[in-house]
Design a protein around this ligand. Structure first.
Ligand code: MTE
Ligand code: MO
Length: 370
């Protein structure tokens, strides 16, 4: 049984499948800026491979036909400056269940609610520094080299554009620590790639080989998954080859908590809490709240959390207090990022058969969770 070595997991994780483990963070845990490692969402395609820290080796092959250079964990930790960032990982399927419900059309894939997203602090060398050491001319890379492919010990693989990795302000790490501890087995022990601002599918866990290539990865996760299509396109007819793979993700927000409170005059009120996040390091500049299903709006308060890194790689948490609306009201959230991208009002027009990038306004019926 290859799953026999999977680690024990926190019982509060919301498990969708056990083998392989796919589990959401409980929404009540997503109201802290840093998600505790034990309740960080888990998304595996296979079992957790066992990789010893002493036997760990990673090979970098820079596309020049040479054999490549190999690094131990100790090399990665001691030979390169270590960088710390805070970054949110969000699965491309986050909120797929909302897309299904909102459009009345099913999609293929795990029915994630709003908990396939979490935020952590990551530490390790910049991948560009390691590529330089491996012999890549990072100031003037050969024109034909355009992509970096990551291979996981579990056979998962995918690639990102080389430009993203070479820019020191994009903060692409070989993360050796998560929340100031060695990375846990579920999140890639001992080393995972961390590509901040990109869909989490690119942040390969248990990475043991990195190749610089002329073409994108030919893996199924690059070519036949994690792509978006029109609402009319179906599995049988789509042109996979001509759709770009998802890298940066669109702006997203969700309500993660609603609690009863008293306002300063002692009157009944509610406090809404949630997250807002955009891909590509685009900062969330505003979170709009409606208590009447989108007729009228006001702004939530963004929390003063201090993210680390060159861009807005972490979500923004927000709160909103207001008089308690009548039972049966729909509260709605939508966010705006620094490029003034916003979220669509419903999932019907953005429905796609894989159910990726579900980011319509999040609506919650008030009496359903108080
Ligand atoms: N890396 C490997 N090696 N194997 C995987 O199955 N899943 C990817 C990505 N990296 C995956 C992987 C996907 S789809 C997601 S959403 C994130 O890891 C989940 O990361 P997490 O489990 O640390 O939350
Ligand atoms: Mo994912």
């Amino acid at each position: 049984d290859p799953f026999a070595n999977d680690p024990a997991r926190d019982p509060s994780l919301v498990t969708l499948t056990d083998r392989p483990c796919n589990a959401e963070s409980p929404l009540s845990e997503l109201t802290s800026f840093i998600t505790k490692t034990a309740v960080f969402y888990v998304r595996h395609h296979f079992w957790v491979p066992s990789v010893g820290k002493d036997s760990y080796k990673m090979t970098i092959d820079i596309g020049d036909g040479s054999d490549g250079k190999t690094y131990t964990l100790d090399d990665l930790r001691s030979k390169f400056p270590q960088h710390t960032i805070t970054a949110t990982l969000q699965c491309s399927g986050n909120r797929r269940a909302h897309m299904n419900e909102g459009s009345g059309r099913d999609t293929s894939g795990l029915k994630w609610g709003a908990g396939a997203i979490s935020n952590a602090e990551w530490r390790g060398p910049l991948l560009r520094d390691v590529l330089k050491d491996a012999g890549l001319d990072i100031a003037r890379p050969p024109e034909e080299l355009q992509h970096v492919e990551f291979f996981g010990e579990d056979t998962y693989s995918t690639s990102v554009p080389l430009d993203k990795v070479l820019d020191p302000r994009q903060d692409v790490l070989l993360a050796c620590e998560m929340n100031r501890e060695v990375i846990s087995p579920d999140h890639g022990y001992p080393v995972r790639v961390l590509v901040p601002g990109s869909t989490a599918a690119r942040s390969v866990k248990w990475v043991n080989r990195i190749s610089i290539l002329e073409e994108e990865s030919q893996s199924q996760w690059q070519q036949r998954d994690y792509k978006g299509f029109g609402p009319n396109e179906m599995r049988e007819t789509v042109d996979w080859d001509n759709a770009p793979c998802i890298q940066d993700t669109p702006v997203q927000s969700a309500i993660t908590g609603i609690r009863s409170d008293k306002d300063t005059d002692g009157l009944n009120s509610i406090v809404l809490e949630g997250y807002a996040f955009s891909g590509g390091g685009r900062k969330v500049v505003r979170v709009d709240i409606s208590l009447d299903n989108g007729q009228t709006w006001s702004q939530a308060k963004l929390m003063p959390d201090i993210p680390k890194g060159h861009k807005a790689w972490s979500w923004s948490l927000w709160t909103y207090q207001c008089p308690r609306p009548p039972a049966g009201s729909y509260v709605v959230v939508k966010a705006v990022d620094e490029a003034y991208n916003s979220q669509p009002d419903s999932h019907g027009p953005i429905w796609n058969f894989r159910g990726v990038l579900a980011n319509a306004w999040h609506r919650v019926r008030i009496d359903s969770i108080i």
